[in-house]
Design a protein around this ligand. Structure first.
Ligand code: MRU
Length: 387
């Protein structure tokens, strides 16, 4: 079945990760800026969005110009550094960045980490310039750590796939976007699939389109094409028949927050995949850095799930015209005017449906509260408190 869905070779552009990095710090003569690859315009247009202050970054986060848990953390840390470098109130900037979206714990983690570096420098007697430098250093360190974590997760994840599915020929289903667009490196779940591809073990990457904002269709398909991977796009609700046809060997997804009991919040549509995977005896694997684990959130029910605007569901736009963050009325209505939509950005998968959590520290399977606590104890003795 799979091969009839293969894209033709002209459709594949094996050019590696995006030419424009997902995020970069720049210091033109007019002053420091944070430059983002505007993800609302992909795949049609690779364009940069320049943020000169934390408020612009908060807006970019809310409209999903920059998105995905690890990258949100990196962005927030740079945002605090930007506020410091431009002489704005650092605590205010950290608060608004940490609260820009509620579910991805990395966002608050990154903001608080850069804020803590700034405060420590001030307490140690540094002037504003040196303290701003300390915040920037913290952001750069987080960026580099995430790249290293990404490479380790890819290695651990591939080893797990080889153990669970010996002999290669992996047919992997993924949801949302978890590649270089969300990371200092090559991503989380996508990085595992990419490593499998490079090892010659990936037969097919099944890409859920990921309604309503199409992160799978717009972003994961873009990354898969750029990396020359064999991939096929499906609507989210086609996943059931794909499992039933025996076409999925494993599910690989990322996470926005992992609670202390091992519950996993990820893009809405992840939980139904976990249920399908269990029914069809397919491993359901979560790949996330330890910065996504939040021991202060005891369980899945305590995770705040972001609710987004109705118009993201009730309207569509033409291809390559950004829909994300548009005011109601900006797209073409597909429902009667005034229709309200249930539009949670994430859902929560309970630990008993998760076969394994792959982190840079190694693989946790089965997923237990003790195991989750152990992951954090090993990697983050000096964890920055977040609120
Ligand atoms: C490694 S990214 C993991 C998650 O952040 C990703 O799967 C996801 O749900 C992103 O949601 P988004 O709303 O696009 O920020």
């Amino acid at each position: 079945m799979a091969d009839q869905y293969a894209q033709s070779s002209e459709d594949i552009r094996p050019t590696g990760i995006p030419a424009i990095p997902a995020i970069r710090w720049d210091e033109p003569p007019e002053g420091p800026v944070l430059v983002l690859l505007d993800q609302t315009r992909l795949p049609g247009e690779e364009s940069e969005l320049v943020c000169t202050d934390a408020q612009a970054l908060v807006e970019a986060i809310r409209t999903l110009a920059v998105r995905g848990a690890p990258l949100l953390g990196i962005a927030a840390a740079y945002g605090v550094a930007l506020a410091a470098a431009r002489g704005f109130d650092v605590d205010e900037a950290a608060d608004s960045l940490a609260g820009a979206r509620p579910t991805a714990v990395n966002l608050a983690y990154g903001a608080r980490r850069a804020q803590a570096a700034y405060r420590t420098a001030v307490v140690d007697g540094a002037g504003p310039e040196r303290a701003a430098g300390a915040a920037l250093e913290a952001a750069r360190a987080l960026h580099a750590e995430d790249a290293r974590a990404s490479a380790k997760m890819a290695a651990h994840g591939l080893a797990l796939l080889e153990e669970l599915l010996p002999g290669g020929g992996h047919r992997i289903l993924t949801h949302c976007n978890t590649g270089a667009l969300v990371s200092g490196g090559e991503g989380t779940a996508f990085a595992v699939a990419l490593k499998s591809h490079r090892a010659g073990s990936l037969r097919r990457l099944w890409v859920d389109e990921t309604r309503p904002l199409l992160q799978g269709a717009r972003l994961t398909a873009y990354e898969a094409a750029r990396n020359g991977m064999a991939y096929t796009l499906l609507t989210d609700n086609a996943a059931g028949s794909l499992f039933a046809a025996g076409e999925v060997d494993a599910v690989l997804i990322g996470a926005d927050r992992i609670a202390a009991d091992g519950s996993v919040a990820n893009k809405v549509g992840s939980y139904p995949l976990a249920v399908l995977a269990r029914y069809h005896h397919v491993p359901f694997i979560v790949v996330a850095p330890v910065t996504t684990v939040d021991l202060d959130t005891p369980d899945g029910a305590s995770i705040e799930v972001e609710q987004r605007a109705s118009h993201e569901v009730t309207e569509v736009t033409a291809p390559h015209v950004p829909v994300l963050g548009m005011e109601a009325g900006g797209g073409i209505p597909v429902a009667p005017l005034g229709t309200q939509a249930y539009n949670p950005a994430f859902d929560v998968t309970p630990p008993e449906l998760v076969t394994a959590i792959v982190t840079e520290e190694g693989v946790l399977s089965p997923v237990t509260a003790e195991g989750v606590a152990g992951l954090c104890a090993e990697s983050r003795g000096g964890r920055v408190p977040i609120d």
